[in-house]
Ligand binder design. Structure first.
Ligand SMILES: [Zn+2]
Length: 1538
């Protein structure tokens, strides 16, 4: 748990919060469940590495340049050029000059992006914006958004001017912070596509036609790093090489863009952002930080840590290497220390020698088959003080005897948590405390441990032990205290302690190698003395040491997971659960055999044979026999790479072995370039701290273990990892510098999966301290890392990691090896056709890894993976050795991708908007719903929401359309109660009255047109309505009952369907109950337990040509007609159908005889009429006994009510095909050309209007108390977004700014009004309160006001002074000689405390406080009755004795209010508790016009009324008050928060 301003420690890459480091059997005390999938952040370690490389290439050089004075810096290095860094600060953006003609169709956009981690959702990188209609979402946009909780991805959104809906294309994978990524977006008028790093990740057909018409082209502008909507957040990061083509590039051309290969058509916009002719500041004064582009994405991937894993030893390739290579599993000896406590003279030890010996023998025996042995060291602690005490684990002293039963402290030696867990005790009477007798009922924290009565001396009085933690005679010693006293760290050996505890059935615990505490004195193993070194009870230590070497329980994937955890192990897997596929998933159980009880928490079955004989099970000593081969591999791997310090005959400074062979990266005619993995323990081997934290390029990486930095450095970046979905909870990051200054970075979003990164480009100061402020105590922080700039002095003395490159045959000069400091080597001494073997040995100083890597065998001239030529032994070859782009570093196809060609071009087939052959037999977004041969699917013809009849349901009627089928989980279009795309329960089931057997659920009844014997129920669902923080357990199940013709529930069937986003469609088979036989069903009744479930479609599947009931009743004289599902009883020839003619349709029939079928295709501009007679065979009428059945009707398309910005439509002849509407501009908008008309087109959308409505601001913005400096602003009209500069008159300044700040700027808004701060009079400081009643001023404290102070009689002193425009008085107001008569003594009230001088002469002040610390004094007379719901009472800290010998303000006018939460003032969140005058209206956080960024974020998020903008000085309210006066209305709607 982390409170405000407090840091949790972290060592290396700790993961405290995500899972793991908790002692066994201890219940989490956290209020929220853990989300395990967050462990993925380890990926950033790789990013880390690349960044280092980049820093080596270039020093941080940057400059602030405005659009006018931008210059290219000469660096002397060719591939470096300046690119903009967008710092996420308002008003810094670029736009394309209007001379560039932006394409409306057939366009390609590409750019490089290096994004910071932790982007506010919806951050826009590049967009096409409509300056005439800024509130419209037309245009396109490339940015970062979270369409699923905690998963931020790149997206491309697009919407033509004709389309009422936006198409959003999101990349399927999270974006990688701090890594250059190549993005390409294309639109050809039909398909919009997004490519990430050259891979087509998704395409969509949601938009049609050109983006805009020639008429509105003048409104369109391409912008970099600006907001699209006012509420949007700004992007933080670097952008490079933005290019736009007015043509559609092919897939292979796009692939080449990324790899800089081949000739590409000339772009319209050339990618050079520093070109001031094309890119200009959106606002004249905008400054963009420019810095040098550094290396792009790395060419090779480091070893990938799987999502559910913790270290590289979780990578299956690494485990296989260890499993298959005896060399890697050479015998290892691990040092362990047993702490044995005895009396002062060494007698009476906890463990006897024979116990220790027995345990040691069994331990060695258990590990021997796996080439691991143990070297015992016993640390004897001779201390009677300790020996007489019971060592207790897991009980924090603060919880002992605190009045609440804490199970972790419930132990006999504590007398059941000092009585807290011990049932009823007598009440402690105060007379009993410290009466010299130990009173058990008083022996607790609340009663100060009976005042010491129970701790008089050493005693073995077990009836009432000494519990006072401060007493040396206490009966217990906390393990953590013992560990601190002994100071035994786990750096050189694993330490085993013996201690007691009580809760749970556990008998030991251990830290994992990746835990925070693994190597500190808090790490290691603890077991109970009762299970150590006793015959038949030695397995516990073996089990715990298994954990210490990195093994999970075998039941980890089944019992120790949340049910929705993606790491749940349902089949043996190296990527899930315990990460071993040779231990079958199993329930936790203690029997020596397969578990019989299958009630695992998540209904995941155990798979027999379960590994109950495994040491990592709970089966116990009688059963323990073995570790599995993969477990052995994992232990060796952890020993080699993380636990080297524990190895005997080795030391932590030995570099780890290269476990993979080097790889060929490039080959020339007479050279070959090879690459290998970085040393896996390079951080460890550079030497003792701080060298252990020095990485390449002498960069120091410090992980927080206290708020204070151990080594102050000039920071390059800061990274923060959090374990839960704590978006929005971290509300400030403060940096403290060595010169005493500090800097607040403000509110930054941080996501569980990906670290928050902050790059500090300009910083040159030394960072000494970092503070995190959280909104609530329900946040925990995994770790916080500060990375220094390169070439840190303290790193320069550290040992460098080097690599020995061995070659066979030897190099030309006869040497067999060469040393390089980096992870690649170019051999320029190679001959074609010669076969070479390369291997690598890691080296650090004089220490060399035990043996070299496996060899790379390479014949010069041969092809290799990564050469861009797909060879027969490769799945693909995309010319690089990176994974995550469809083709991995071994040239194998990655799951979910397809690649073709040479070099390989990769794409995700399900998302490319092409219905490919492979997709035809499955559902895909590209091909739509798929019905298998021989079946038919019906869709609802009527739907009823039983619990809320008003809930909109139309989205469920009929077959789902393309847009619905391609919805993603948490799609933003699903937000809001009513959606056209999916059904969501309108009511929260827990607030519903009880329906249907007292079940709190939403009920939905759907009916189909034709009764069938169903074979399956088909559902498409998008689980959650919006990214939400709700945690599901069993809430995602829908119960479905079948309904018969008369709407009764068929008892035969009741299905429980797991609603998930991952499966489309969800197909639930309907099994036939043999006792019940077949039944026709025509409807379904669905019970939906939560409004979080969103359903897109429900279908009923049955056999197409076979109805078992009709068929069985057809008998001998009937013929079963499979097309109609009916039984035909015809003796003579059946009548023939008339030829079928349909209006607005083409009809093709197989014939006119009984059973013949027609296909009906509506003309363009016509669609099938929907309605109640809609049925499965609508488009295929069948001739049955001379009559066509199921004949559809084609009707003109309906374009719907047109929505045109700033215009009102008048449609006299409806909204269907060919209808025309006249548009009239809504004032103040005016039309820009001919009268506006639109027509409903065959594609179902309205045509582009022939002109548009434009809002413009009248000339000369209202410059009250100011003069316009921008003289052009005084004439004509101005476009929305135009800014006009003005200067406040002398004696005035910009509201909210300093007295000297007179430069002002007003912006033209979409309402046609000017918005911006006003000029208010400069004010002088108030005159002393003692003078109240003695002075008069001509204009208050405003500049220019003259004041006259007349001192009271008998004095005749008169002082005249003027308030100057500088905000200072022209002279010192001085003071008067007052009567010596003091003010009356102030008496404290029930509420208020006064602190006064005694006596209190005129001019003296008393401080005022409220009796309660949580409250503050305010002046109760509300000054401004105009505020709406806001509290305008101002804080008061002093009362003054004025000349009339009265206190001012009067005590009667002072009252107490709850104290402001000052740490949350001006934090970017509107805090309800602070939205009062005496809290400065939360520092402006509650009004769009005053909050930084212009977006009010209420806190708590559901806060509505209390978070309204009520600050009377805010622009909104000033405007509102004006409106109010104007209309004389007495009710004004409160402003809506956005
Ligand atoms: Zn265990």
């Amino acid at each position: 748990m982390l409170g405000a301003g407090y840091l949790i420690l972290g060592v290396f890459f700790s993961i405290a919060g995500c899972q793991g480091s908790y002692p066994e059997g201890f219940a989490f005390k956290d209020a929220y469940p853990k989300i395990k999938s967050c462990t993925d952040f380890t990926r950033t370690l790789h990013a880390d590495r690349y960044r280092r490389k980049e820093t080596r290439n270039a020093e941080e050089i940057f400059t602030n340049v405005t659009s006018g004075g931008r210059q290219r810096r000469d660096t002397g290095e060719e591939d470096l050029h300046i690119v903009p860094y967008l710092p996420g600060i308002k008003g810094q953006a670029l736009q394309l000059a209007p001379s560039v003609v932006i394409p409306a169709i057939n366009l390609t956009i590409d750019l490089w992006v290096k994004a910071e981690g932790g982007q506010h959702p919806g951050a826009s990188i590049l967009d096409l914006f409509d300056t005439c209609h800024p509130s419209q979402k037309n245009g396109w946009r490339i940015g970062i958004a979270s369409h699923e909780p905690g998963k931020a991805t790149f997206f491309f959104s697009i919407r033509t001017d004709r389309n009422p809906h936006t198409t959003v294309i999101s990349a399927p994978h999270e974006y990688q912070p701090q890594q250059w990524t190549h993005l390409t977006a294309t639109f050809d008028g039909t398909v919009a596509s997004l490519y990430v790093d050259g891979v087509l990740v998704k395409a969509d057909r949601g938009q049609r036609g050109p983006l805009f018409s020639d008429i509105t082209r003048e409104c369109k502008v391409v912008r970099l790093g600006d907001k699209v909507q006012r509420d949007d957040a700004l992007f933080r990061g670097s952008v490079d090489g933005v290019r736009i083509w007015n043509s559609l590039l092919t897939k292979s051309e796009i692939c080449s863009l990324k790899e800089h290969r081949g000739a590409i058509l000339d772009p319209l916009v050339d990618g050079n952002l520093a070109d001031a002719d094309i890119w200009v500041g959106v606002n004249q004064n905008d400054a963009i930080k420019w810095h040098f582009r550094r290396a792009a994405k790395p060419d090779v991937d480091a070893i990938v840590i799987p999502k559910c894993g913790e270290t590289i030893c979780d990578n299956p390739d690494v485990v296989h290497r260890y499993s298959n290579n005896w060399k890697l599993k050479q015998p290892k000896t691990v040092k362990y220390i047993i702490v044995n406590v005895a009396d002062d003279d060494g007698s009476n030890p906890v463990l006897t020698e024979s116990q220790i010996t027995l345990q040691d023998i069994d331990l060695k025996r258990a590990f021997k088959p796996y080439n691991i042995t143990w070297l015992l060291e016993v640390t004897n602690v001779n201390s009677s003080f300790i020996r007489t005490k019971t060592i207790l684990a897991g009980c924090p002293v603060a919880l002992l005897g605190n009045g609440v039963c804490d199970p972790e402290c419930d132990h006999p030696v504590t007398h059941s948590d000092a009585g807290d867990c011990g049932g009823i005790r007598a009440e402690c009477q105060w007379l009993d405390v410290e009466n010299g007798i130990c009173d058990p009922q008083c022996n607790n924290q609340m009663n100060d441990w009976d005042g010491g009565d129970c701790c008089f001396g050493p005693s073995d009085n077990v009836s009432e032990p000494c519990l006072d933690p401060a007493s040396e005679f206490r009966a217990y010693l906390m393990l953590d205290d013992l560990r601190r006293m002994l100071g035994l760290t786990n750096t050189e050996a694993v330490v085993v302690h013996l201690a007691e505890w009580s809760i749970g059935g556990s008998i030991g615990f251990a830290t994992f190698p990746w835990d925070n505490d693994a190597f500190t004195e808090r790490g290691g193993v603890v077991v109970k003395p009762s299970v150590f070194g006793r015959q038949g009870a030695t397995g516990t230590l073996i089990h715990e040491l298994g954990h210490a070497l990195g093994l999970w329980h075998v039941h980890h994937g089944v019992t120790e997971m949340e049910c929705n955890d993606p790491c749940l192990e349902t089949e043996p897997s190296m990527l899930l659960g315990d990460m071993c596929s040779d231990t079958n998933p199993t329930n936790e159980h203690t029997t020596c055999g397969n578990p019989t009880d299958e009630n695992s928490p998540c209904a995941v079955p155990s798979i027999a044979p379960t590994p109950y004989k495994n040491f990592m099970s709970y089966a116990g000593d009688d059963c323990y026999e073995e570790f599995s081969p993969q477990q052995a591999a994992r232990m060796h791997c952890h020993l080699d790479h993380l636990l080297t310090g524990w190895l005997h005959g080795s030391s932590s400074a030995v570099p780890s072995i290269q476990i993979f062979p080097p790889q060929v990266m490039q080959a020339g005619t007479d050279s070959v370039h090879i690459h290998w993995q970085q040393s896996l323990n390079h951080r460890h081997i550079r030497g003792p701290s701080p060298c252990g934290h020095c990485i390449e390029d002498d960069v120091l990486v410090q992980y927080a273990y206290s708020a204070q930095m151990k080594y102050p450095v000039v920071p390059h970046s800061i990274e923060v990892w959090i374990p839960w979905l704590s978006e929005g909870i971290l509300h400030d990051l403060q940096l403290f510098w060595s010169n005493g200054e500090s800097k607040s970075l403000g509110s930054l979003p941080v996501q569980c999966h990906s670290p928050l990164t902050v790059t500090l480009l300009e910083e040159v100061r030394l960072l000494t301290k970092v503070r995190l402020l959280s909104k609530t105590s329900l946040i925990s922080v995994d770790s916080l890392a500060v990375t220094s700039k390169s070439q840190v002095k303290i790193c320069q003395t550290c040992t460098n990691v080097e690599y020995l490159v061995h070659r066979s045959p030897a190099f030309g000069d006869g040497t067999r090896e060469t040393v390089v400091p980096v992870t690649s080597f170019t051999d320029t001494d190679v001959q074609p056709g010669v076969r070479y073997e390369y291997s690598i040995t890691t080296k650090a100083g004089t220490k060399v890894a035990e043996f070299p890597s496996p060899a790379l065998v390479y014949q010069h001239g041969q092809s290799f993976c990564g050469d861009g030529t797909t060879d027969s032994d490769e799945d693909c070859d995309d010319g690089n050795l990176r994974g995550g782009d469809g083709c991995d570093q071994a040239c194998r196809l990655e799951a979910g991708y397809r690649c073709s060609g040479s070099p390989a071009m990769c794409y995700i087939p399900a998302n490319d908007a092409q219905c490919e052959n492979v997709e035809l037999s499955i559902f895909s977004c590209d091909c739509g719903h798929f019905t298998p041969d021989g079946y038919m699917d019906q869709w609802p013809v009527s739907v009823e929401d039983i619990t809320d009849p008003a809930c909109p349901l139309h989205s469920l009627l009929g077959a789902p359309n393309h847009e619905q089928l391609c919805l993603m989980c948490g799609d933003p279009r699903l937000s809001g109660a009513a959606s056209d795309l999916a059904w969501m329960a309108c009511a929260d089931p827990y607030t519903l009255p009880l329906y249907y057997n007292s079940d709190t659920s939403n009920w939905l009844e759907v009916t189909f047109s034709r009764p069938v014997v169903p074979t399956a129920i088909i559902m498409y669902a998008v689980s959650s309505r919006a990214p939400s923080n709700s945690f599901w357990s069993d809430k995602d199940w829908v119960t479905i009952s079948l309904l018969s013709h008369n709407r009764t529930i068929l008892s035969t069937q009741k299905l429980r369907v797991n609603i998930t986003c991952d499966q489309a469609p969800i197909v639930s088979d309907v099994a036939v109950n043999p006792n019940e036989g077949f039944h026709h069903a025509i409807g379904l009744l669905l019970k939906v337990p939560t409004p979080d479930i969103a359903i897109v479609a429900i279908g009923l599947r049955s056999h197409l040509y076979f109805d078992p009931i009709t068929h069985s009743t057809c008998g001998l004289d009937g013929v079963y007609n499979p097309y109609s599902g009916t039984c035909l009883r015809s003796t003579c020839g059946s009548p023939v159908c008339e030829p079928l003619f349909l209006k607005y349709a083409t009809v093709n029939c197989t014939g006119y005889n009984h059973g013949d079928v027609c296909r009906v295709q509506c003309f363009a501009g016509y669609e099938y009429e929907s309605g109640l007679d809609w049925s499965w065979d609508l488009k295929s009428p069948v001739c049955i006994e001379g009559v066509w059945t199921g004949v559809p009707r084609c009707v003109p398309v309906d374009c719907g009510v047109p929505v045109v910005p700033h215009a009102e439509p008048f449609c006299d002849n409806g909204h269907t095909l060919g209808s025309r509407c006249k548009l009239e501009c809504i004032s103040p908008a005016k039309k820009t050309g001919p009268p506006l008309t639109i027509e409903c087109k065959p594609d179902g959308m309205w045509s582009f209007p022939d002109s548009y409505c434009l809002v413009r601001c009248k000339n000369s913005p209202p410059v009250k108390n100011a003069t316009l400096t921008d003289r052009l602003c005084a004439y004509g009209e101005h476009n929305i977004g135009k800014r006009c500069d003005s200067q406040c008159l002398p004696g005035y300044h910009v509201v909210g700014q300093g007295h000297g700040d007179r430069a002002n700027s007003l912006e033209c808004t979409e309402e046609g009004t000017w918005r911006g701060p006003s000029c208010v009079p400069v004010q002088c400081p108030p005159l002393s309160a003692a003078l109240i009643g003695l002075y008069s001023c001509t204009n208050g404290r405003n500049a220019g006001s003259f004041c006259t102070i007349k001192c009271p009689k008998p004095s005749t002193t008169v002082t005249k002074l003027e308030c100057l425009t500088s905000g200072q008085w022209s002279r010192d107001p001085g003071t008067c000689v007052f009567s010596t008569e003091p003010c009356p003594t102030l008496l404290n009230t029930r509420e208020l405390l006064f602190n006064c001088p005694n006596p209190s002469p005129v001019g003296s002040t008393c401080s005022v406080q409220c009796v309660s610390y949580d409250r503050i004094p305010v002046l109760s007379a509300a000054l401004n009755q105009d505020t709406q719901g806001g509290d305008s009472r101002e804080r008061i800290d002093l009362v003054t004795c004025i000349s009339s010998q009265q206190w001012f303000p009067a005590v009667a006018d002072i009252q107490c209010l709850d104290r402001c939460q000052e740490e949350f003032t001006s934090d970017g969140y509107c805090d309800a508790v602070n939205n009062h005058a005496h809290c400065q209206w939360d520092g402006g956080d509650c009004c769009p016009s005053t909050v930084d960024g212009g977006v009010v974020r209420p806190f708590p998020s559901q806060c509505t009324h209390e978070c309204t903008c009520v600050d009377p000085t805010a622009e909104e309210n000033r405007r509102r008050n004006r409106v109010r006066r104007h209309h004389g209305a007495d009710h004004v709607r409160p402003l809506r928060n956005v």
